[in-house]
Design a binder for this molecule. Sequence first.
Ligand code: CMP
Length: 138
Amino acid sequence: MAQRTFSIIKPDAVRKGFTAAILADIERAGFQIVAIKKQSISKEQAQGFYAVHAGKPFFEGLCAFMSSGPLVLMVLEKENAIADLRRVMGATNPANAEEGTIRKKYAESIGQNAIHGSDAEETAAFETGYWFAGYELI
Ligand code: CMP
């Protein structure tokens, strides 16, 4: 059965002009783009989105980075979308990412790692609802 996941093309990748290449990788992997929007977010919005990481040493830097420039918010659909997107993304730290993955090709560091993807059904539901209204999810 088709499953939905939530994803972000992060400010580093947008800044470097990798948006279209990353979208092409995602579509080539069989995902349908259910909803997509490019926008800038505030540090407070980033803190709410990443609340689960509050208090961790990288939290402040992560929220500053995510609010440093435009990013692309997406809801994606396919069978096994959550696990499959994480495979296509590659490891969180691009130094450990497999050849051909988005992070291997387009990311520079664990902090600036080009793309985010939900890690479970509950997080996908929270993250989708954080950025998209129901009427945007056709
Ligand atoms: P993401 O999948 O967006 O979820 C949380 C983010 O924290 C993660 O990607 C990384 O980009 C970022 N991050 C920064 N530093 C670290 C770290 N030391 N360990 C884990 N995640 C980190």
